[in-house]
Design a protein around this ligand. Structure first.
Ligand SMILES: C[S@@+](CC[C@H](N)C(=O)[O-])C[C@H]1O[C@@H](n2cnc3c(N)ncnc32)[C@H](O)[C@@H]1O
Length: 243
């Protein structure tokens, strides 16, 4: 996979590429990453890439020419072009999994007041990090790249991401490590039993439980087994009894 980012502030990406798991994956050439400063493509005399909005109003708007010339210089038929905008579809784990299978992702980071509306016509996907407004697309892009890159083969152990929250539609089960007792709080016996089938069952039930208590909305779209439905009915009855 190759990721190209169009940004006016390439230095934003240094921490992502030079830290921890992503750094090691980059050193092993598990992906290619480039940041292109689209200011280099401007045909304006003083290197301008933005101008005041037609119709008046505050802030500066990124012009079409520098951005779209930069895009044209790197785009191929295998590229997926993603525009970062609070008006886009909200990013999630399912979208990250789909994007991790693509050959070449191009992210366009807006800045200032945003970009000329006509730029939207040149992209494949408009993507938002959430219902809030950032100063620029760079921080959103970093979050999305981090999430996509860790799904690439070899970046982390595969079974480590398989049980992650959202991967199978549920939140993850609780995790524990040494010591067995901390401040009087004991690790559940089943995890110390060495009985793999029981551990698997317990983890699945705790995943259902976590999702039921913290993100019940996720359960609405899931195709649940008969056993899962019975287990959830029991949780619901327990809640009703407490009310
Ligand atoms: C200050 S924002 C512009 C917001 C724009 N005026 C609006 O209300 O839609 C500048 C840039 O930051 C990026 N950005 C801001 N919030 C974002 C979000 N929630 N998700 C993705 N990108 C975002 C976009 O690239 C945007 O063009």
């Amino acid at each position: 996979m190759k990721i190209s980012v169009l940004s006016l502030f390439p230095e934003y990406f240094d921490p992502l590429l030079n830290t921890s798991i992503i750094k090691r994956a980059k050193e092993k050439n598990l992906f290619e990453f480039e940041v292109i400063d689209f200011r280099m493509f401007t045909k304006e005399k003083h290197g301008h890439v933005d101008d005041t909005p037609y119709g008046g109003g505050a802030g500066m708007v990124l012009m079409c020419q520098p951005l779209l010339d930069a895009l044209a210089s790197i785009k191929t038929e295998n590229s997926t072009v993603i525009l970062l905008t609070p008006q886009g579809k909200t990013f999630n784990q399912k979208i990250a999994m789909d994007l991790s299978l693509k050959e070449h992702l191009i992210f366009i980071c807006g800045h200032y007041e945003g970009f000329d509306e006509r730029i939207r016509e040149y992209v494949d996907i408009q993507m938002s990090l959430g219902d809030f407004v950032l100063t620029g697309g760079e921080s959103a892009c970093m979050v999305m790249c981090d999430c996509i890159l860790r799904l690439l083969p070899g970046v982390i152990k595969q079974d480590s991401s398989q049980d992650d929250s959202f991967s199978n539609g549920l939140l993850e089960y609780p995790q524990y490590t040494r010591p067995e007792i901390y401040d009087g709080k004991k690790v559940p016996d089943v995890l110390l039993s060495g009985h793999h089938a029981n551990i698997k069952k317990w983890r699945h039930q705790k995943s259902l439980e976590n999702t039921f208590y913290h993100r019940p909305d996720l359960l609405e779209t899931l195709d649940l087994s008969k056993e899962d439905k019975i287990y959830l009915d029991r949780l619901k009855k327990n809640c009703d009894l407490k009310d």
